[in-house]
Ligand binder design. Structure first.
Ligand SMILES: O=P(O)(O)OC[C@H]1O[C@](O)(CO)[C@@H](O)[C@@H]1O
Length: 250
């Protein structure tokens, strides 16, 4: 596990974008695993700037997103599909047919989970998976207690996660109660993982992650200790509760 410490959110976003751009330049047919949320939004902005200024092309890239709410219309501004369009897809040359998210409106949700796993398999797996981290250590929507052997599945969101995401909705009761998420097994099968963290609200989760050293299903992000190629990019505030000695160890 490699740890890159940055001054702030802007630097975290820049460094993450540089890694993604390098991946696409080395492998123009890369399969990118993407995340939603406030954390990767700045990275996506940096990718758009680079696309506009330097012409990095996504024509041969494919993307698979980690998760999607169940029960929200795909055109709802709070659906993760809308998020990806607004924050990245509409501004780059990624063909619409190359961008995949779980379909939270599917009538047979279990079948949709199987179909999504099969899609990832058909694409040849994920080359680089971008992750944020929830305050309770969730990755994707894999909440504490999720088995590390799960593939794409339905989750009931915890009250804390719904509360944290309520800022995007009019009121807490509008936040969906369930979502489809790639499982930890999918995440561990990706060839490289980039975990991003910014701000003091992530400080406890980051301290717990960097102190953990052992995978523990009670804390989903600790599964990353089972992965051979993880890069964490975190800013000062997110690392504020991690001891200096510990930081130097990475
Ligand atoms: O980046 P944010 O908005 O803090 O969200 C953190 C995590 O929460 C989720 O948005 C799900 O709640 C994840 O997709 C994300 O990684």
């Amino acid at each position: 596990m490699e740890l890159i410490q940055t001054q702030d959110y802007a630097e975290m976003s820049r460094v993450a974008a540089e890694i993604l751009i390098k991946e696409i330049k080395t492998n123009p047919q890369a399969v990118l695993g993407l995340a939603t949320g406030s954390t990767p939004a700045g990275t996506y902005e940096a990718l758009i700037r680079d696309h506009e200024q330097h012409g990095t092309s996504y024509k041969q890239v494919h993307t698979v997103n980690l998760d999607e709410y169940i029960g929200l219309d795909q055109s709802d501004p709070n659906s993760y599909k809308s998020f990806m369009k607004a924050h990245l897809f509409n501004a780059i040359d990624l063909p619409e047919t190359h961008a995949f998210l779980p379909n939270g409106e599917a009538t047979d949700i279990q079948e949709e989970c199987r179909r999504y796993d099969e899609k990832i398999r058909q694409l040849g797996g994920v080359d680089l998976q971008v992750l944020g981290i929830g305050q309770n250590g969730h990755i994707g929507f894999n909440e504490p207690g999720s088995s590390f052997s799960m593939t794409t599945h339905v989750v009931e969101l915890t009250h804390n996660t719904r509360k944290a995401n309520a800022r995007f909705f009019k009121q807490l009761k509008d936040v969906p109660t369930h979502a489809i998420t790639m499982g930890i097994k999918n995440i561990l099968e990706s060839r490289r993982v980039l975990l991003l963290a910014s701000g003091s609200s992530k400080a406890e989760a980051m301290a717990r992650l960097l102190n953990a050293e052992q995978p523990d299903e009670a804390f989903p992000a600790s599964a990353l200790y089972l992965h051979p190629h993880v890069t964490i990019i975190a800013d000062k505030e997110a690392l504020a509760l991690v001891e200096d000695q510990k930081r130097r160890a990475f």
